[in-house]
Design a protein around this ligand. Structure first.
Ligand code: NAP
Ligand code: 8YV
Length: 316
């Protein structure tokens, strides 16, 4: 049987399907993964991993016969795809099956910020409603201008989901898309013109801290910043400072620079809604992602082709 290295967790369904085709070696059960790989890595031909753990370069180097890496997640910034490609290792990911779910998460965060969901929930639980009367009014999320940073698969799903709120959608990306929304070649200029900025680009070097102090200040005291992309896309220290002193109004965040660590200063703020990277985290969507992750491996084992390669490996 072919040998597979499993990095991170997997559902029973995933383990059963993989176990029918591969001998599975679980990294999580190894006392010293690097030592195990140095001794046994030669036998590994396939890796199943996820967007958080990726594959460390030292692990890659210890698997000379590796042929395919399947990533559970659409974002693959934790995998060095250029190094993999150079070695003839194809990398796959799970696009599209999570678009709607991550779109829902972005809208959920935006609505929670506008309608002060957490504040009002606390108002009821604490007894203040009964003791002090009606809660202060909130802002309407209707008819806002929303700038999408990264109008790709998920960005489009977010735009579609916002339509019933009468939202005007504009966007920034490196290239103009074939859509009717207004395109901004300059991110700061877009931030200046919108009520909400939603980040949904990939992570990695090209997007590192592109939401910087200038962009944050352009969004301004009445602005709302939503991040469902990667924590690295926003300069987190600048965002926290701006939220603290009122230069930025609100933030709804699913992802963080050094997650699962979230800075204490951010956790103390009342003008933020914080989620533990659950953009795609429903039973249904995670099952669809797991299925595609396994399907890629099984197809590769069968005939050497894959279903959803990352763009860098599309012609392999
Ligand atoms: P996609 O279809 O490839 O879309 C990415 C968009 O970002 C494209 O419009 C791209 O357009 C733009 N972009 C890329 N680099 C850019 C840059 N340097 N500056 C400005 N725009 C840039 O990807 P997707 O499937 O929508 O997924 C996007 C990302 O969402 C993933 O990579 C992942 O990091 C994140 N994600 C998070 C969760 C979560 O749980 N929170 C779940 C799923 C995905 P141009 O190439 O024209 O710039
Ligand atoms: C997952 C994600 O939580 O797909 C992505 O890029 O960030 C999320 O859907 C993650 O990749 C699972 O490891």
């Amino acid at each position: 049987m072919a040998q597979l290295l499993l990095i991170g967790g997997a559902t029973d369904e995933t383990l059963t399907r993989l176990g029918d085709a591969f001998t599975i070696h679980k990294l999580s059960e190894m006392d010293d993964p690097q030592a195990w790989l140095d001794a046994n890595g030669e036998g590994i031909t396939h890796v199943a991993t996820n967007g958080h753990d990726g594959v460390k370069p030292d692990y890659m180097a210890a698997m000379p016969n590796l042929k395919a890496i399947s990533c559970y997640g659409v974002g693959y910034d934790a995998i060095d795809t250029e190094a993999a490609r150079a070695r003839g290792v194809v990398v796959t990911h799970t696009p599209n099956v999570l678009n709607a779910e991550v779109g829902t998460t972005a809208v959920l965060l935006m609505l929670a910020c506008y309608r002060e969901l957490l504040r009002d929930d606390a108002y009821v639980r604490s007894g203040r409603w009964e003791a002090e009367g009606n809660a202060p009014l909130t802002r309407s999320a209707d008819n806002q201008t929303v700038g999408i940073l990264g109008l790709g698969r998920i960005g489009q799903a977010i735009a579609d989901k916002l339509a019933p709120w009468g939202t005007e959608i504009v966007y920034h990306s490196r290239s103009k898309k074939d859509v009717s929304y207004r395109y901004y070649g300059d991110l700061t200029e877009m931030a200046r013109d919108v009520d909400v900025l939603i980040c949904i680009t990939p992570g990695g070097a090209s997007t590192n801290k592109i939401v910087n102090r200038e962009v944050i200040e352009a969004l301004g005291p009445q602005g709302t910043l939503i991040n469902v992309s990667r924590g690295t896309v926003i300069d987190e220290a600048e965002m926290i400072a701006a939220l603290q002193d009122g230069r930025l109004g609100w933030a709804g965040l699913d992802v963080f620079e050094a997650e699962p660590h979230v800075p204490e200063a951010l956790r103390q703020l009342q003008n933020v809604v914080l989620l533990p990277h659950v953009g795609s985290g429903t039973v249904e969507t995670r099952a669809a992602m797991g299925k595609l992750m396994v399907d890629n491996l099984l197809q590769h084992l069968k005939d050497g082709t894959v279903i959803s390669p990352v763009p860098e490996c599309a012609d392999m």
